[in-house]
Every structure is written in C-alpha cells, then in structure tokens.
Ligand binder design. Structure first.
Ligand code: PEP
Length: 273
C-alpha cells in the first residue's frame, strides 16, 4: 500500500518567526491519521520550523524539507547550501522544481547530481517533473516527462536500489498549472502518474523494483476545493502544494481529503482502522 503524502512548498515566503507560528498552527489543524505531512520552508526557516514542530505533540509526525540542495557536497559555491548542511534540519528535499529549472537554469544533468547528493546524506527526495503547456498541446507531455526522469535519474544507473532505499517521491507538476489557478484534469494527472512509473520501470535493471511502489504526487494550484479530483485517483498518492500551503484552512481541507484517501486504501487492503 503506497502512502498518502501532502507536502507544503512555502517557496520564498515567511520569516523564521512567521514560519514557526504557521508550522505550529498547521500541525494542529492537519493532525489526521495516515497522511504523511511535510513542510518545506525557506532554508533560513528550517531550524525554526523544526523546533516549533518538536515543541508540539501534533508536530511530531510532520516532516521538514528543504526546497533545494546544491549538486556538490561542499566547495567554493557562494550562497549555496550543501546536502550535509541540511542533516539535522530537514529530512526531505525538493529537487528540480520548475521554478528552479526556469530561474536557476537547472538541467536534468544537474538535478541528477543534486539527487545523488541528497541520497548520499539520507535526505528523502521529492523530484519534480512536468511539461510546458505547448508540450501538452502538442501531445508530448509524457515523452517530455519521461526524458526528464531519464536525465534526472541517470546518476543512479549503477545503483537504482539507493533511490528506493531513500524513499524517492516524484511530483508531477505541469508547469502551466503552477501558481496559475488552473489545474490539470484528475484523469490526465493519473495517466501521467502511471506513465511516470512505467518510464522509471523502463530505465533498466533495478528501476522496475522502485517503480511499482513509487509515490507520485500531483502539484499545480491544488486547493481544498480542487484536491478531491486528484486524491480520488488511485494512481496519485498525494499533493505538492504551493500557494495554498500558506493558508491554514486550505491545508486543513487538503489534508482532511487526503485522510479519506488513506482510509480508503487501508480498507481496500483489509487493514482496518
Ligand atoms: C509548487 O510550488 O510546487 C506548486 C505546485 O505551487 P502552486 O500550488 O502554488 O501551484
């Protein structure tokens, strides 16, 4: 049974003080069974969020994630953050977000190196992939995403099991749906989730073992109102939430809906409540 995961990407919002308060409130309002919750604040807020969550019983089940990591462990890279520096602050990391591909010129080759560094230090990666609108309209969405996966996971060709051990999560985030208020259709996102598992399974020996159990999230203008469309799809295992993750009522609604999905999965496997 794949887990149900709701990850919050706070992007470049919050100060350490705001972040601590928001994390505490969110932890309390989203404390439902069987949903893995993750908060990814800006780097400078990681310690504040970690400490705030540790200080409240509801926060104990909430993971903390970084939004990025450098592709080298250390060196002369002014202003960057290496994976080892995140140990103790975060247990998750978002890699390859489309805003970084767009603004920082991140390529699949670079993303592959970032993933390797994350896995080396024991961070659980959320790899973001997704097509542009023109690519979807041209019928190329699945091939574009398959190419992103192939490039981003190339660094694991010798040791795909390391990815499985690290608990790789893939977030399918169509670029045209991020921050636009426009969501994909649930059925299209579900088809892409299956295509993602198939593409990873086809990467070669050892990748097939990861593919079946791979959690695939949907991201792109997810709100409490829109969440049901995705969380009703058996192929989709949760959401990566940007703008709405800064709003307590929205997150409470999204996680409550995710809890229904988790309960349905539990019932379907006869594990009871
Ligand atoms: C994101 O940041 O990954 C995202 C999906 O943003 P939004 O929910 O605002 O579209």
């Amino acid at each position: 049974m794949r887990p149900v995961i709701i990850a919050a990407n706070w992007k470049m919002h919050t100060t350490p003080a705001d972040a601590a308060e928001l994390a505490t409130t969110l932890a309390g309002r989203t404390n439902v069974p069987d949903v893995e919750r993750v908060i990814c604040p800006p780097f400078v807020c990681l310690a504040a969020v970690r400490d705030a969550l540790a200080a409240t019983p509801a926060g104990l089940g909430v993971g903390v994630g970084a939004q990025n990591v450098h592709h080298e462990l250390s060196g002369a890279f002014t202003g960057e953050i290496g994976a080892g520096m995140l140990v103790g602050l975060a247990s998750w990391v978002i890699v390859g977000h489309s805003e970084r591909r767009r603004d920082a010129g991140e390529t699949d080759e670079l993303i592959s190196r970032k993933l390797q560094r994350a896995v080396e230090v024991g961070l659980r990666p959320i790899l973001c992939v997704g097509e542009q609108l023109a690519e979807r309209e041209a019928g190329m969405a699945e091939s574009v995403v398959a190419a992103q996966l192939g490039g981003s996971l190339a660094g694991f060709a010798e040791d795909p099991a390391a990815l499985g051990a690290a608990g790789l999560v893939v977030a399918y985030e169509p670029v045209w749906a991020i921050g636009t208020g426009r969501t994909a259709r649930g059925a299209d996102a579900a088809a892409m989730a299956e295509a993602i598992r198939q593409a990873i399974g086809g990467l070669g020996r050892g990748f097939d073992a990861i593919a079946t159990d791979l959690p695939v999230l949907y991201g792109g203008s997810v709100s409490a109102a829109a969440a049901g469309e995705f969380l009703a799809e058996p192929a989709i295992d949760g959401a990566l939430v940007g703008g709405a993750s800064l709003k307590v009522e929205e997150m409470a609604g999204i996680v409550a809906r995710a809890s229904l999905t988790a309960a349905g999965r539990r019932a379907a496997t006869g594990r009871g409540g």
